[in-house]
Design a protein around this ligand. Structure first.
Ligand code: AMP
Length: 437
């Protein structure tokens, strides 16, 4: 009999060790229970910062018509050319998994006339984005972004408010010493002149450019400034800077943004070659990074023309998207712990069938009274149950057996001191609450 039991135990152990034949799709990751406090903290901090800074929550679907992003992001951007998950539905619609959040927010603004709700509209969103990029550390095919947008106002004061809200979020997440790079990429009036100057500059250097940049030369010349290849980085250093080409309006706008940052004691790094990967930006663009510009935590800027790309009227706007995986990874690398005020928890142990049945009701009663209860009722012995209480470092434990059921009492045990006390069942909730306080 003992042998059979041992063999069964062994089989069970092996079975539980076996993993499934399926794994996550390449470049996509599970959010695991061990990381719950990070994600809970992100939720709490984003809600609280948004409330303080007066942003409304909104959410758009994960699927959109593919044409939406093609209209907004620019046909020759990496996202559209290589990274978007596009497929046909059974009904024949061409849809895309959203690669970013801003376009859908503006789509919704136009569709739902959100300008009537508030002007400018200040909103925030959070959720997964999908990009078919080459997966590597800090670069995934499913990533989560928290975005803040101010839609419907061209005042530079809003560019700075967007930067301030990201700073507030990162600080509240306990991150310090992050940096901001900032630039202006001009508007419809001045950018074409600058593009022309850049084209002139690179015309004689095409042989020194990487293959991608040779393609970009024809299709999206500004992205040459953003190339990470060593050879291209050297060429960039002597390229004309856009600040010399900005029109009066863009110049004034940018100057005011920088002055406001200084007034708010924000140290910035002007980067005349900063351009963003998405085509809809104009005027201010910025990136916030930690340690190294390659570790960008957030990116944003003005998108004054995006609404027009979608067929709407001119709607000057500014926004930012924060990469949440990058924020968590950076905090982890600094050995910073999530700072969360969690409910104090207690443990409920029950022994014997009848006591266990009654325990379900008492546990529910405690939870209704806002007491967080951990139990392991599936385990038969008291010893096995108390082991779990120990594992989770739970100090207050209720123990309920046949005798207690009969006497309408319950044992309350302090795991730290080992002291036990019998209390009448009707005083249970009150006593537990007193101890957890
Ligand atoms: P973007 O939407 O490209 O402006 O990116 C905003 C932020 O999202 C970046 O600064 C990163 O922190 C994050 N991010 C962008 N792409 C990825 C990716 N493939 N994997 C993880 N994080 C990303």
């Amino acid at each position: 009999m003992k042998k059979i039991k041992q063999r069964n135990k062994k089989i069970e152990k092996e079975r539980s060790r076996k993993t499934s034949q399926f794994q996550t799709v390449k470049g996509m990751a599970d959010i695991l229970p061990k990381d719950q406090n990070w994600w809970k903290m992100i939720n709490k901090v984003s809600d609280s910062v948004a409330e303080l800074h007066d942003y409304y929550f909104m959410e758009t679907p994960i699927l959109e018509n593919a044409g939406l992003f093609e209209a907004s992001l620019g046909e020759s951007t990496d996202v559209i050319e290589k990274e978007m998950y596009v497929f046909k539905t059974k009904g024949g619609d061409r849809v895309a998994l959203r690669p970013e959040g801003t376009t859908a927010v503006v789509r919704s603004y136009l569709e739902n006339h959100l300008g009537y709700f508030s002007s400018p509209l200040r909103v925030y969103y959070m959720g997964p984005m999908f990009r078919y990029e080459r997966p590597q550390a800090g670069r995934y095919r499913q990533l989560h972004q928290l975005g803040f947008e101010i839609i419907g106002d061209s005042d530079p004061v809003y560019d700075v408010q967007i930067i301030l809200v990201v700073f507030a979020f990162l600080k509240e997440m306990r991150l310090k010493n992050f940096k901001i790079r900032i630039n202006s990429i001009g508007c419809r009036v001045c950018r074409p002149n600058y593009k022309q100057k850049i084209k002139e500059y690179y015309r004689t250097k095409k042989l020194e450019l990487c293959d991608d940049c040779n393609e970009r030369y024809e299709k999206n010349i500004l992205r040459l400034l953003d190339c990470k290849e060593a050879g291209c980085r050297i060429l960039v250093q002597k390229a004309p800077v856009i600040l010399d080409s900005l029109c009066q309006a863009c110049n004034n706008h940018f100057r005011t943004v920088l002055e406001l940052l200084e007034d708010n004691a924000i140290v910035y790094e002007p980067d005349p070659y900063l351009v963003r990967g998405l085509d809809y930006y104009s005027k201010t663009v910025f990136e916030i990074y930690y340690d190294n510009p390659a570790n960008a935590l957030a990116g944003g800027g003005r998108f004054d023309y995006l609404s027009e790309f979608l067929g709407g009227r001119m709607l000057p706007s500014v926004g930012v998207a924060i990469g949440l995986e990058r924020v968590i990874e950076t905090l982890k690398s600094l050995e910073i712990e999530p700072n969360l005020k969690l409910k104090s928890r207690m443990f409920f142990a029950a022994v014997g069938d009848n006591a266990k049945k009654a325990a379900v009701k008492f546990i529910d009663q405690l939870r209704e009274n806002n007491v967080a209860v951990v139990e392991a009722l599936g385990k038969k012995s008291l010893r096995a149950q108390l082991k779990i209480a120990d594992k989770y470092h739970l100090q207050t434990v209720l123990i309920f057996g046949q005798k207690e059921l009969f006497e309408e009492m319950i044992i309350i045990r302090d795991m730290k001191t080992g002291a036990q006390e019998n209390i009448v069942l009707s005083k249970m909730t009150e006593e537990v609450k007193r101890r957890l306080r």
